[in-house]
Design a protein around this ligand. Structure first.
Ligand code: ZN
Length: 279
């Protein structure tokens, strides 16, 4: 699965990374133990932002030492292996689901949560636009807290929807992505998932991706429609199922094809005009 969740590194090697970064005693054994404790706490609290994750009260230099050690997680520096391993965890950015991996995002921002700067669980491979578009410090509102890509699985829910309509005047395709509140889903998770779509500007990004992706399916749709509306719907549903299998039920492409299959105007011939229009 590529969107929303990634499986974390099977061995985080957190202690080893601290030893590699601070091989000359710049960080004491006691401090390393303190950091390992903080990492454990991070796991237990699922990486949610909190005052205690800032871990104040240590000597001031420690915060900058760890913060600056992130520079070692660059190509050709001491922790380059960590970078390479993390980038292999995903085919596409887990935040948007379509762009290639280019960056590592600090789930808890490393200007705020300095002691988490080189902790593998706090490093999420993602695309550059998602990384740079993300807020600089976490929201005060829990309903706006970013979902943790490694620690908070949403695989038990089928929540992403794309509502497809055709513009009454021009016939152009109009796709609106939204999160459906599933049975058993908490109100807070619903709000956080909904917030994810706006936080990473996905409404705007998907408008373009939808056009690109559908143009690749134009011929398939035309062929299917030669045998009628029912066959076009079968093509759309079949493609949705294939996407669900490859990318997950909450992938933007799965939601798109499901939404298209539910749009009568699109299926009864409107698709030709809809795909011809670049709205
Ligand atoms: Zn992205």
């Amino acid at each position: 699965m590529t969107m929303w969740n990634l499986t974390p590194l099977s061995n985080l090697n957190a202690r080893e990374h601290l030893d590699i970064a601070f091989a000359n005693g710049e960080v004491t054994e006691i401090e390393k133990k303190f950091l390992m404790n903080l990492y454990e706490q991070y796991k237990t609290t699922l990486g949610r932002p909190s005052f205690s994750m800032q871990a104040q009260g240590q000597r001031p230099e420690l915060y900058n030492l760890i913060h600056d050690a992130y520079g070692l997680v660059q190509d050709n520096r001491k922790l380059k292996k960590l970078r390479a391993e993390l980038k292999l965890l995903a085919d596409y950015c887990p935040y948007c689901g379509f762009a290639p991996i280019s960056d590592l995002d600090h789930h808890l921002q490393h200007n705020r949560f300095k002691l988490l700067s080189i902790f593998a669980l706090n490093l999420i491979p993602c695309c550059s636009p998602c990384n740079t578009g993300k807020r600089r410090s976490p929201s005060d509102k829990p309903a706006e807290h970013q979902l943790h890509t490694y620690l908070e699985s949403v695989a038990n829910y089928d929540f992403l929807r794309a509502t497809v309509t055709l513009h009454p005047g021009t016939g152009a395709l109009e796709v609106v992505y939204l999160v459906e509140k599933c049975v058993g889903m908490s109100a807070e998770l619903y709000l956080r998932l909904t917030n994810h779509l706006t936080e990473f500007d996905l409404h705007k990004k998907y408008a373009k991706q939808v056009n690109i992706h559908l143009s690749e399916h134009q011929f398939g749709m035309e062929m299917a429609y030669q045998n009628g509306e029912i066959m076009l719907r079968a093509y759309l549903n079949g493609t949705a199922n294939a996407h669900a299998k490859n990318f997950g039920v909450n992938d933007w492409r799965t939601a798109l094809f499901r939404g298209l299959a539910l749009c009568d105007g699109f299926c009864n011939g409107g698709f030709k005009k809809a795909l011809g229009q670049k709205s």
